[in-house]
Design a protein around this ligand. Structure first.
Ligand code: ADP
Length: 546
């Protein structure tokens, strides 16, 4: 049963965290530097479904009793603190789940803000009122009600700030960063660097020296934390925050580093303030950047899906002409086979040369048919963008082959002006085919209107600026009445069954390639569309066309 396994793990870690809390109590001080058990319970509640919360609350009771009683805390106080700890975790988890509607995600800025407000601020503050009241009532703590409240809040807030993001990001299927193993190497360098810098600042310096003698040194861990926030995401940053806090706590407890020069209470307050001031912005920065990356990815996926849908609808419109196109090689195969059968049936000496020629014709027709099918299949597939160095004349030829049936049916004469030794262009073959096919189909449709007499489609390729390539698709149709820019607006169409998305999607595809797509022409004088593509240098590095 996963819930009982989780409860067992929580119980064990709660016990160890409580022991650590007692160990992190500086000599002569009545309170711990950081009290982690409540934060662990909060993290577990946030991850578990609501109906399992009672199991987790019950599971920490034996761990709580064992740790507290072993440390000499009397039974009534032990139970009082159990109440305080549970109320903090329940308040935090309840409020966060209510507002977020699910476990918070630290790659969303809003969720991180909700966690900070309810989990790090409100729950520790409110539960500290309860906890301090019980402690005062049982005459266990020293210093009075407000002193106890003041001491408990930062210790528990810091614990929540450190533990919950760490547990949640790793439990929610953490990836330090998407990508290759070198990202893990980078994570190792960042965390290693942070550990080294933190050790120097918090464990090596003479007591109190960090702030007084070498203030610059005090900030040594910050570049690593920023690096983690920018490059390693919420998981990396929550791990880095924990590492920094561990070094600071270790130093403070062992009388080393900058937080040891005052009274235990002052030292603890300075350290809490320092750690909270550093870790909160890092957590928020990582959430903000991760959210931006996520939104960018979603936009890219949506653009890809839209492009795919428009491609499928474009091919749907061409299906009749493509079927007709496929019929030609199939008919050729059939008639060649029949001719061969006839010759064999006639008996007598078989002319091997003639038979060989028939078989070559069959193979050529078969190749033509399978080329059309494989091109179609590639266009129908919704695959990720694959950038490569392309021979643009090849891409144009493939598009004209696909549109051949449509061009023939509409009696369009194609004039292809291809510049020889064209530089290669950088791009995704399928997406470029889609753009060009869209422009060719638009041109054919424009020339099918009453205004067009001579139906000529000119397709030109030439060397563009900065070693790029320019493709122009020019038709002899009626041109466009609206301004050329209007045509690229989404949903602008003059066709009865048009969607008005072809040109806007084509433009976004070409822009994503670092290129440019624009139209020109005057009413009655045909339309021209031009595509500028980025060239591929010999090393494969693209040059942007301005
Ligand atoms: P759709 O083809 O669904 O209308 P597009 O975005 O491909 O969507 O085209 C938008 C509009 O641009 C067309 O409806 C048409 O009015 C105009 N257009 C596109 N290409 C040409 C062309 N070659 N000649 C004249 N008008 C054109």
């Amino acid at each position: 049963m996963p819930v009982f396994r989780a409860a067992l793990a929580l119980s064990g870690s709660y016990y160890l965290a409580a022991k650590l809390g007692f160990a992190l109590t500086p000599p002569g001080s009545p309170f711990s530097m950081v009290w982690l058990p409540n934060a662990l319970l909060l993290a577990a509640l946030l991850l578990a479904p609501l109906r399992q919360w009672w199991v987790l609350i019950a599971a920490v009771l034996p761990a709580h009793l064992a740790a507290e009683l072993q440390s000499g805390v009397p039974m009534p106080m032990t139970l009082g603190w159990y109440l305080g700890n549970c109320s903090e975790a329940l308040m935090g988890a309840g409020a966060i789940r209510l507002v977020c509607g699910r476990p918070p995600r630290f790659n969303a800025f809003r969720d991180a803000g909700v966690f900070l407000f309810f989990g790090v601020l409100l729950a520790p503050v409110l539960s500290s009122f309860i906890d301090a009241a019980l402690t005062t009532l049982l005459h266990w703590g020293e210093g009075g009600y407000w002193t106890l409240v003041r001491r408990r809040i930062p210790s528990n807030a810091l614990a929540t700030l450190l533990v919950v993001p760490f547990v949640l990001t790793w439990a929610q299927g953490a990836r330090l960063s998407p990508g290759a193993p070198r990202r893990y190497l980078e994570a190792g360098i960042v965390l290693g660097g942070l550990a080294a810098a933190s050790l120097v600042v918090f464990n090596w310096l003479e007591p109190g020296a960090g702030a007084r003698q070498a203030p610059a040194l005090f900030y040594a861990p910050l570049p690593f934390l920023l690096w983690a926030a920018v490059r390693l995401g919420p998981t990396g940053v929550s791990t880095a925050n924990l590492l920094l806090a561990a070094a600071a706590l270790w130093g403070a407890v062992h009388g080393l580093g900058p937080f040891v020069s005052g009274s235990p209470e002052d030292n603890a307050r300075d350290m809490h303030l320092f750690l909270i001031a550093v870790t909160v912005p890092m957590l928020l920065l990582a959430a903000l950047l991760a959210e931006r990356r996520r939104v960018e990815l979603e936009t890219r996926l949506q653009r890809q899906q839209l492009a795919h849908l428009s491609r499928v609808s474009l091919l749907g419109g061409l299906s009749g002409a493509i079927a007709h196109e496929l019929n030609q090689p199939l008919t050729a195969i059939l008639s060649n086979t029949q001719a061969a059968q006839y010759k064999l049936a006639a008996g007598g000496e078989v002319d091997r040369g003639e038979l060989g020629e028939i078989l070559r014709d069959i193979a050529a027709a078969d190749r033509r048919a399978s080329e059309v099918i494989s091109r179609l299949r590639a266009l129908f597939k919704n695959s990720d963008s694959q950038q490569q160095d392309l021979d643009v004349n090849d891409v144009v030829r493939e598009v004209l082959d696909l549109a051949h049936g449509d061009l023939t049916t509409r009696h369009v004469t194609v004039v292809q002006l291809a510049e020889e030794q064209l530089p290669k262009a950088r791009g995704d073959r399928i997406q470029l085919q889609q753009v060009l096919l869209n422009l060719v189909v638009n041109a054919c449709e424009a020339m099918s209107t009453d205004g067009a007499h001579e139906r000529v489609l000119k397709v030109e390729t030439r060397r563009g600026a900065h070693d790029g390539v320019q493709i122009s698709i020019i038709d002899s149709g009626p041109g466009f009445g609206a301004s050329a820019e209007t045509l690229f607006e989404p949903f602008y169409t003059t066709k009865p069954h048009g969607l008005g998305l072809g040109l806007s999607i084509s433009r976004s595809i070409i822009s994503a390639h670092g290129g440019r797509l624009w139209g020109s022409g005057a009413p009655g004088r045909g339309a021209a569309f031009h595509v500028d593509l980025v060239g591929a240098l010999p090393g494969g590095h693209p040059t942007l066309v301005q």
